[in-house]
Design a binder for this molecule. Structure first.
Ligand SMILES: NC(=O)c1ccc[n+]([C@@H]2O[C@H](COP(=O)([O-])OP(=O)(O)OC[C@H]3O[C@@H](n4cnc5c(N)ncnc54)[C@H](OP(=O)(O)O)[C@@H]3O)[C@@H](O)[C@H]2O)c1
Length: 244
């Protein structure tokens, strides 16, 4: 089996390491890539073809893991050459996923839950062809959601609804606790019901949100845009908090 990558960043490199096996050949291209990516590719055990078109033509599974803003253009450009499965792993909205489906014959919509460099990342997949990727379970936890392309993206958006809103509430309540000089006690009493790692996880979540507030705001706007038939009182409040 041949697995090709369009985009060879953290996601692709980790997937290659997870899937390493004598039965799988990995291919990609250096075409127009940055020095950082070229170095990453040269450090990895992967065959280099001249162009991404060649990669698309020769892959049984073509993985698109580049950036949310290039995912659609890449599907338009290379989707037509892919005769196997086209697995899109970019953090894109369900609308973009459905648009990509117009340019790709056998699209599987993938969502990596958690960071890819977590010890055990979980891959959720949807689309009629996703059964053909269930063999990945031999290498990483892989769960099929449904036959509908777009469901993995919707689920990912729903997860963001929850995590980003909770982060905004955490920021607000811990700020108030701090102003009363009760921050440690605030986390301590919450840990009694939320578990021992609550403080550590909350602080990491707060810092991640504050350090990436522009991107988090964009993601909240994307949620509001996609679920525009729903009221989303909490998500809109979280956006207001982040914009402050
Ligand atoms: N990191 C995670 O834990 C995680 C989890 C879930 C989903 N995702 C999604 O997975 C995708 C990849 O994430 P990542 O963390 O691997 O990103 P990354 O480390 O920034 O790497 C992106 C890679 O894509 C390449 N690329 C960008 N535009 C390209 C194009 N037009 N043609 C070919 N290659 C292109 C980049 O090459 P250059 O350096 O040459 O530009 C780079 O090698 C993103 O859409 C992200 O949202 C990431």
């Amino acid at each position: 089996m041949i697995i090709g990558f369009i985009g060879f960043g953290k996601v692709s490199q980790n997937i290659l390491n997870l899937l390493k096996s004598d039965d799988i050949r990995f291919i990609t291209s250096l075409e127009n890539r940055s020095a950082k990516t070229i170095e990453r590719i040269k450090e990895s055990d992967i065959e280099i073809l001249d162009t991404f078109k060649d990669v698309a033509v020769h892959s049984d599974i073509l993985i698109s893991a580049n950036s949310p803003s290039s995912a659609l253009d890449i599907a338009k450009k290379y989707g037509k050459y892919s005769k196997g499965i086209y697995l899109d792993l970019n953090n894109i909205s369900p609308k973009t996923t459905l648009e990509i489906d117009r340019y790709v014959a056998n699209l599987v919509d993938g969502a990596i839950i958690g960071k890819i460099d977590f010890p055990k990342p979980v891959l959720y997949i949807s689309g009629e062809m996703s059964d053909r990727l269930l063999f990945l379970n031999d290498y990483m936890i892989t769960k099929k959601i449904s036959d509908n392309v777009g469901d993995a993206a919707i689920l990912k958006l729903l997860r963001s609804c929850y995590t980003k809103t909770v982060s905004a509430v955490l920021i607000e309540s811990s700020e108030i606790a701090k102003s009363h000089d009760l921050e440690d006690e605030f986390f301590e009493i919450l840990s009694l019901t939320e578990g021992d790692e609550f403080k550590e996880k909350s602080i990491s979540r707060i810092n991640n949100t504050l350090n990436n507030s522009k991107r988090k705001s964009e993601e909240l706007n994307e949620i509001i845009d996609y679920f525009d038939e729903n009221e989303l009182v909490m998500v809109k409040a979280a956006l207001k908090k982040l914009n402050q």
